[in-house]
Ligand binder design. Sequence first.
Ligand code: ADP
Ligand code: MG
Length: 297
Amino acid sequence: SDVRLSDFERISVLGHGNGGTVYKARHRRGCPAQPLALKLFAAGDLSAAREAEILKLATDAPHVVRLHAVVPSAAGGVEEPAALALELMPGGSLAGLLRRLGRPMGERPIAAVARQALLGLEALHALRIVHRDLKPSNLLLGADGEVKIADFGSGKVLRRRLDPCASYVGTAAYMSPERFDPEAYSGDYDPYAADVWSLGVAILELYLGHFPLLPVGQRPDWAALMCAICFGEAPEMPAAASEEFRDFVARCLEKKAGRRASVGELLEHPFVAERDAADAQSSLAALVAEAEQSGDL
Ligand code: ADP
Ligand code: MG
């Protein structure tokens, strides 16, 4: 690949993460000069190569952010990318949407998020890719209420269907109970089910407007999180929550990984029924438009 960092003109900052900074940028010789997202990594960040590898594998997967180009680093070439040029997701992340709205989201737009994230996960899991860091800041919004999974810096390609997949990667707050369990290191654990748990936490966060597994204001340190995730009860749902939504969340947040719903089962759940999908998606698009008017992305 012959793209260089200097080929890109940075327009604005889209977001920050552990990895580095993501810019809205354009390729100077791009024709037409279409804006894209340029994710810049710190020198030596091993997650850059991992993310590039996974995005290449998932290039045809629906509801996964597209990789346009891998920008090599001076020292390590494409083996240690300096940056990734990604499809620009103009609506930003769901964490950003929640912040800009200043209130929790309703069930309908959340159903659009859930359904599309599940379709993305279905395709990824079929490719033996686990994400391991699903959360609102890693779910991005396109035009028309479209949702795509992003940030594969913690992802992994499993060589066998059930590879031992321990290690505390990702964000502890969204980690499933079994991932805190040292016994999981034996390999007797389903990494796909861990993605379902994280999606459940993320969805509940959109509905409640705050991280759902700790009391508001409590510091999310390791001990508090482990205690709440492994031994705490599922959070109380507002009385307004529908039976379908409660059940959907409960199926994701089943503590025993073996009893948790699979992605395939959840796609059959009435909460994300296909016949309501277009409606749900336009209610999400309306929220994105509302948030756009209420301030910067
Ligand atoms: P990190 O690995 O540092 O968490 P992410 O890939 O999650 O990096 O990106 C950090 C933030 O940048 C996201 O939460 C989002 O707000 C923004 N972002 C990332 N990729 C894009 C994109 N393709 N389009 C628009 N915004 C993006
Ligand atoms: Mg991220």
